[in-house]
Design a protein. Structure first.
Length: 81
């Protein structure tokens, strides 16, 4: 379990400094060197964590879905309390 979480943190769910916060991508590392390749790294995760899936194009729909996601997260946090 620890190795899986470490793999996800280091390679599969990488926060690229060039992308907006929360927009995760992947990276390929060999010998502590990040390899930039279109086939091996740089996949941007879209809805439901699907690699290279298109994002929501309509800004109003996107805003509505993001607000619903935040509201559900807040509700879940309150349910734990």
């Amino acid at each position: 379990w620890v190795f899986f979480c470490g793999y996800m943190e280091l390679f599969a769910a990488y926060q690229d400094p060039d992308l907006m916060p929360g927009k995760l991508s992947s990276r390929f590392v060999v010998g502590l060197t990040t390899i930039k390749s279109n086939n091996l790294s740089g996949w941007v995760f879209g809805p439901f964590g699907v690699p290279n899936a298109p994002s929501i194009a309509d800004p109003e729909l996107r805003k509505k879905k993001l607000n619903a996601e935040i509201a559900n997260g807040r509700l879940a946090m309150m349910a734990i309390i």
